[in-house]
Structures are given as C-alpha cells and as structure tokens.
Design a protein. Structure first.
Length: 619
C-alpha cells in the first residue's frame, strides 16, 4: 500500500519522480506529493488530493519544479482523511495549511506503513514545542527525526537510528535534510523498499516497476537498516550506525513486462499471461520428468521428516492454500492445515518440531504473512515461502523459497500469480506423494504440462462469458458453490467478482446451503456452481436444483462431456478435462473472465478497484 519514489542524479528529478509514481498507482492511493531540492536551496513541496494526474497538472508534468534531488509519494489514508494537508511529503517545521510551497524545515520526508505509538510520540513532541498541521502518523515520524537531530546535534544516520528504536510499527522512511543537499536518507522496517543505481544516478522505490525504465541494478535494503543515497552511490548502515556491505541484484525481466502490451487493462493482459506463468513455474521445478525441490533446499530426507503442513496466507493466496490442502492430503497422505495469516499470528498456534509452515504471498511483503513467518521461525519450525518477488522480505527470511515465475503483476486483482502459486502447490504435492507414498510422478507431470494449452483454449473462447457478464452486470447478489476443490475455486471466483465489480458475492461449501444461506435465494439470484470433481458432481447439482426451485438463475462451470448439466442449469461454460486434482487451474479462468467483463460492463476501474491495494503491507 502507498508508493515511495526518490531520485538523486544529473537530470531534473520531478519528471522522473512522477513517472515512477505512475508505475506504482496499482498499489492504491488517494493523494500524492513531491519534494524537490535544487542544490543548496530549500525543498519545494507540492501536494494534491486525488489521482496523480492532478499533481502532474500542478507541476506541468514536473517541469515547473527545478532540482536534481527529490522524493515522491502516493498515500493511502490510514491516519487522517484523504486531503492535501494529510498528503505526503511532510515537514518538520511548524507550518500550517497544506504544507505546500518552499519550506524552511530541517527535515522533509515521506513514509509507508503505520506507526502504532504515534499518539504517544505526538504528545511527547507537543510538550517539546512542536505543532502539528496534519492528522497523520507520518508527520509525527518526521518531527521525531527532527527532534533527535537537533537535541543531540547528531548526523542523519544517528537521528534515524534513534527514531527507529523509539517508534513501533512498520515503515519505509525517505527523508531529506536541509544541511545535506543532493542526499536522500532512508530507513526500513517491514515495508518494501529498493534502491537502484546507474551512472551517477540513484533511484528509490517501493517496487521494481517504478525504476525499471532507468536501471536493472538494485539493492534490497534489509529490515532495520538505513542508507545514505547520493548520485550513483549508496552506503548502508545497521541500527548501531555501522556501515554494512550489500550485493547488487540484477532484475531479469524488462520494462515491457510491466506495460499493458496492447490490452485495455493490466488484468486482461495478466489473464492471458497465465499459460506462460504456469509453464515457466512448472519448468523451474521439473527435471527429467521428476519434481526437483533440491535447489530450494527441500531434500527427500526433509520431506520424510515432516509430519504435517500448515499453510499460511491472505486473500487469493489463502485460496491457493485451500486448493493445496485437498491436493496434498490426497496425493501425499499428510495432514494439512490452512490458516489466514491474520488469525494464525494471534492464536498461539500449536506447532510441533516436524511441522512445515508454508507461507504464500505474491509480493513477499504482506504484513500479516510476514509476521506469521516470523512466529513460525521463533517456534523453531521449518518455513517454506512461495513468493513471486525475488529478494522480498518473506523470501529473505524463510528457510526455503519456491519462486513462482509469473513476472510483474500490476492489476490489484491477482490472476497469473494465483495460477503460478497453484502450480507450486501441485509440485509440492506430487513430490511429497512420490517420497512418502511411492507415487509415480511422470503421469502427474504430464497432466501439469497440459495445463498451459488448456488455459489457452479457454481464453480463445471467452465471447460467451462476455455476453453472460453483460447480462448479469446489474446483479445485486451472487453466490458461488462447490465441494472440495470446487469450493476452494468458488472462494477465488467470488473474490474476483466482488473486488472489481463491487457486487455482493459469497462462496459456500454446497453442502452448507441448507444451514442458513438458502434463505437468501430469491427470484433471479445468480448461483454459480463449480463442478469439476466427479465424485461430488451429483451432490453439487442437487444443491443447485434446490436453489433453482427457489427462483435462482443457475450457471455451471464443468468439464467438456458433462452436457447433461444443460438440462438443469441456465448457462454453462465448459473447460477442458484434466486430472481432477489440478482442475482448479482451469476452472478459475472463466471466473476471472466473468469478474473482468462484469467490471468493464459497469464502467469501473478494473486495475485499481476502490479501497484496495496490491500489496497489503500494514495490518
């Protein structure tokens, strides 16, 4: 959530900062701002409420702000309403109003995250003569840095370190000091931040797409670390103020991967990229017709020693975990528990020494999932991360990492990352089954290798889904039902519809309808049944018939060959046949398309749905 950018170099900073912020719009925001310095002159701050285009208009697309050193921010309101005053950057001076214009302050900065003890710190600073113009926790942090900087007459690193020790919460902080022109200082705890370097230039951002146009050479700043950034040079420090060394990482995907490529929306582009994401992720784990997890540090001896698995995730990644539980328990014969990360971290979970905790996250920065990972490590159990972002916090801290190869995913509504995570889960299930039960891997691998082509087939015949979506774009309530793996797919289908179309949508295990939910069915209510599991097919159809008897309009997602379902339901979308263990990878695609086309039919912002952000880095 929120976006940070920074630039120090030879070029005019503001246009680069605005370009970077535009690449971070997918993270969600309600206001934006810049602070730029021109040599030794004071910082010029410009802020606006609303979309980034308003800030671009204010600054003539950055041309009106001279200077080669600057910071920028897109804010998602947590403390204080969305407004120009509450927008970042914030300043240490006792100014009033919007805080825009040339500022006399010693410190100007931006911040991602949440400061949990901001009220206590604010009261302390008021007692020391500070005044506050905003309702944000960020202004408190900037003024606290200023307080330590002046009181102890210390340098920026020491002032940042004292602040980091004093605050509680998560943060990626980026500040400029009046006495240090052409320098940006940063600190990080639990919020993502990367630093890119080029010839005489340095870049700072929350995520790779913001700087990929300018450099592929990046540093990942660690937790509780700080850095001093000048043109083309970066110095890192630990919490004690000692300088530490970092290795450069090269980003392997190019800038075009983060562009729309001719599609109207990123979501549709990413839906169509699923065959490649699935194929690439599978290929990374298969060698000579066998699943090979040894490059991830998972050996056969480790697999034999694991007695149970706990999967921890949020949102769509949690839905992947729900699918994985059914597949792993059936193929590997190992008990699997699936926890929402936000619940796991607070329920004092019982973990024996032979538990494997699998943490699934696209960004690798999800706050609750990261906290759950740390809790598991504190308990002394092995952790495995399934993540899409190399060098992310979860990837760095987990004992073992399975990287999904989905490439950059920009749309808030995940599609290809979800599909790549499914493949990773399938690979784990097949390998665990081979080691623990003597499962023959090759037939399952052949089924997995067939998935990209079968997804392509679904994508090549989506006109009927588009027609159906237009017909039901005005729906008020939609229910998704299924059993087993189909129930897990229903959860994801329901989420896709609600998050981008704003239609009230829920998913239920089909057998639970009569325990209350069926009372909500009335004439015209849309009920979507997922029917891919042969042994559960008739039971789910029976549940759908009960809904039809109460006036529901029925839609089914089922494999080719199940044509008798047309005698029961009003609309059917067929998917290719595949081993039922892996049917989720196909059944989810028409549900993704349904959510997309409904959103388009309603004229909504598909890639940036209201109130949501791509990477949830705060609780």
């Amino acid at each position: 959530m929120c976006g940070i950018v920074g630039y120090v170099g030879k070029k005019q900073a503001a246009p680069i900062l605005l370009e970077g912020l535009s690449k971070l719009e997918y993270r969600g925001y309600d206001s934006a701002g810049l602070a730029v310095r021109n040599g030794k002159s004071l910082a010029e701050v410009v802020k606006s409420k609303g979309r980034l285009k308003l800030l671009e208009e204010k600054t003539d697309e950055g041309r009106a702000l001279p200077g080669t050193c600057g910071i920028g921010h897109t804010r998602w309101a947590t403390h204080g309403e969305p407004s120009q005053t509450n927008a970042h950057p914030h300043v240490s001076g006792n100014c009033t109003g919007s805080g825009s214009g040339t500022v006399e302050s010693e410190v100007v900065g931006v911040h991602n995250g949440i400061i949990e003890n901001y009220a206590e710190l604010r009261d302390k600073l008021i007692r020391h003569g500070y005044q506050f113009y905003s309702g944000t926790d960020t202004e408190v942090v900037i003024k606290l840095i200023d307080y330590y900087y002046k009181k102890y007459q210390i340098g920026p690193i020491d002032a940042l370190a004292k602040t980091m020790v004093r605050v509680r919460g998560s943060y990626a902080i980026e500040v400029m000091f009046k006495e240090y022109p052409d320098e940006i200082w940063v600190a990080r705890k639990d919020s993502p931040m990367i630093i890119g370097v080029g010839e005489g230039e340095s870049y700072i951002a929350s995520d790779v797409p913001a700087i990929l146009k300018y450099t592929r050479q990046v540093y990942y700043i660690g937790n509780l670390e700080m850095a001093k950034i000048t043109g083309g040079d970066v110095h890192f420090y630990n919490l004690d103020g000692d300088e530490i060394q970092k290795d450069l990482t090269e980003i392997t995907w190019d800038a075009e991967a983060a562009e729309k490529g001719g599609y109207e929306h990123f979501m549709m582009k990413e839906i169509h990229e699923q065959p490649k994401a699935v194929a690439d992720t599978l290929a990374s784990a298969v060698k000579d017709d066998h699943i090979d997890l040894s490059p991830m540090g998972i050996t056969e001896d480790i697999i034999k020693d694991i007695s149970n698995i706990t999967i921890v995730a949020c949102g769509s990644a949690w839905h992947v975990g729900m699918v994985a539980r059914y597949v792993m328990e059936d193929l590997a014969g190992i008990p699997v528990q699936v926890d929402l990360a936000s619940e796991f971290r607070y329920r004092n979970p019982i973990l024996d020494p032979k538990t494997l905790v699998v943490v699934i996250s696209q960004s690798g920065e999800t706050a609750d999932s990261l906290a759950a990972l740390r809790l598991a490590k504190e308990r002394g159990v092995r952790t495995l991360a399934i993540v899409n972002v190399v060098g992310s916090s979860i990837a760095r801290e987990a004992d073992n990492v399975f990287y999904t190869l989905a490439g950059p995913e920009i749309s808030v509504a995940t599609t290809k990352a979800y599909s790549a995570q499914l493949i990773a889960a399938y690979c784990l299930a097949v390998k665990f089954g081979a080691v623990r039960k003597g499962l023959e891997e090759k037939p399952y691998i052949e089924e997995l290798r067939s998935l990209p082509e079968k997804i392509e087939k679904i994508l090549g015949d989506c006109e009927r889904i588009q027609w159906f979506a237009a017909k039901y774009a005005a729906a008020k309530d939609v229910f998704f039902i299924g059993r087993g793996i189909d129930y897990a797919v229903s959860l994801e289908g329901s989420l896709k519809l609600k998050e981008i179309s704003y239609i009230h949508s829920e998913a239920y295990a089909a057998g639970e309808l009569k325990h209350g939910t069926i009372s909500l069915i009335e004439d015209g209510t849309l009920v979507i049944g997922v029917l891919t599991q042969d042994e559960l097919y008739e039971k789910t159809v029976s549940n759908m018939v009960e809904c039809k008897a109460r006036g529901a309009y029925l839609c089914a997602v089922t494999p080719y060959g199940r044509y008798e379902v047309e005698d029961t339901v009003n609309f059917v979308t067929y998917i290719p046949r595949v081993d039922p263990h892996f049917a989720a990878s196909l059944a989810v695609v028409p549900l993704q398309l349904l959510g997309y086309y409904v959103s388009v039919a309603k004229g909504l912002d598909v890639d940036k749905p209201r109130n949501l952000a791509k990477s949830v880095t705060v609780e």
